[in-house]
Each structure stands twice: as C-alpha cells, then as structure tokens.
Design a protein around this ligand. Structure first.
Ligand code: ACO
Length: 173
C-alpha cells in the first residue's frame, strides 16, 4: 500500500513542527511525520520491539493510549519514519515535554524510545529522528533536551551532538 498522505491522518501534533531540512535529508523513499491515530496498523509496536519488550496490546488499547497523549496538548511529540512504498513504519522516537517551576517556568525535553527497524539501521534514520526531536524540543521552548541510554549507544548520541552529563539512577517496580 502506498504512503497515506499526512492530510488524511489524525496526527499527534502539527505536522509543521517537523523540520523541513530533516525531511529534505531523508532518502526519497522515506517520509517523516508525527505519529497518527492509525499507526498501530503500520507496525508501530513491531518497530519499538527492537528496543525492549513491547507486547501487542491490540488496536483498541493502542488507540486509547494515542488519545490520552493527544489530550495532553504540548506534551508528547512522537515522530515516525514511514516507507512511501509500503506505508509501514521503519523508525520511531519521541520527546516528552516536562513543565518546571524553576528557570522561570522552564521546560525540559526528554527524548524517549528511539527505535529503527533492524534492516534499516545504519542509514542515518536514528540521527535524523534525534535531530528532528531536538529541534522540536527547542522550538517548543525547552532550555535543554536530555535522554538516558545504555553504554552501547553513547557513541551514537555523541554523533547526534549529545554529551555525557550526570548519572542516571533507576528503581524498577
Ligand atoms: N555505537 C556507535 N556508533 C553508532 C551506533 C552505536 N550503537 N549506532 C549508530 N552509530 C553511528 C553510526 O555508525 C553513524 O555514524 P557515522 O555518521 O560516522 O556514519 C551515526 O551513529 C548515526 O547512525 P544512524 O545510522 O543514524 O543509526 P541508526 O539509524 O541505526 O539508529 C539506533 C541508531 C536508534 C541506536 C538504532 O540502531 C536502534 O534502533 N537500535 C536499537 C534500539 C535502541 O537501542 N535505541 C536507543 C535506545 S536509547 C533511547 O531511546 C533514549
């Protein structure tokens, strides 16, 4: 199935926030856009499965999560890279905007869940997703953009312009 145009989709955030220069740098067979309400059917969860356990929650639960994110206006910015030929998702990533009281009611962008389908890795898609998310984070007013990753991905994020700062601590339930 060929690419569904953005105009026919219900998108998580305005398409105009996706930087044009990132669109221009993608290979011509790929398209980058905000997550859409029907992306469950385009393999969104399969792509995320390269990152961590991502059980198939079903279309209805997926759509309900999408609506919950959509209702938190100005908070969730999730991008997907879609094949123009198959209309399937081959990459995804998001930035979550946290509101603060400090720094004059500042905002921080948290980059989360960056995933590129195995067969598409190494083609600069991860880099483009991070560049686009960082730009969106800055465009919506974040004074910094941060992320957590494992040691294996440090070199990747350094190539995306990020540097090691501070220490992550975690407590899993
Ligand atoms: N170690 C060292 N260098 C790397 C790595 C790595 N793990 N991954 C990519 N690079 C380098 C590439 O060689 C390239 O370098 P170059 O510019 O010198 O050629 C540059 O980083 C850009 O690489 P991309 O081609 O954009 O990387 P890709 O599209 O494969 O995406 C990603 C990288 C997202 C890590 C992908 O491999 C992936 O989905 N991995 C599995 C899931 C994962 O680990 N996601 C990140 C979790 S952390 C988080 O979500 C905040």
């Amino acid at each position: 199935m060929p690419l569904t145009p953005d105009s026919a989709l219900d998108l998580l955030f305005p398409e105009e926030l996706v930087p044009q220069h990132i669109k221009d740098q993608l290979p011509p067979e790929l398209h980058i856009r905000p997550l859409a309400s029907t992306d469950y059917g385009r393999g969104h969860l399969s792509v995320l499965a390269v990152l961590t356990q991502t059980p198939d929650v079903g279309a209805e639960a997926w759509a309900s999560q999408f609506r919950a994110m959509l209702s938190e206006s100005g908070t969730y910015y999730i991008l997907v890279v879609v094949s123009r030929e198959t209309d399937q998702i081959v990459g995804s990533g998001g930035v979550f905007v946290e509101r603060k009281f400090l720094r004059g009611l500042g905002r921080v962008g948290h980059i989360e869940d960056i995933a590129v389908a195995r067969e598409m890795q190494g083609k600069k898609l991860g880099l483009r997703i991070i560049q686009a998310l960082t730009q969106i984070s800055e465009d919506v007013g974040c004074y910094k953009t941060i992320l957590n990753c494992n040691e294996n991905n440090v070199a990747f994020y350094e190539k995306c312009g990020y540097e090691k700062r501070e220490v992550e601590m975690a407590k899993y339930a």
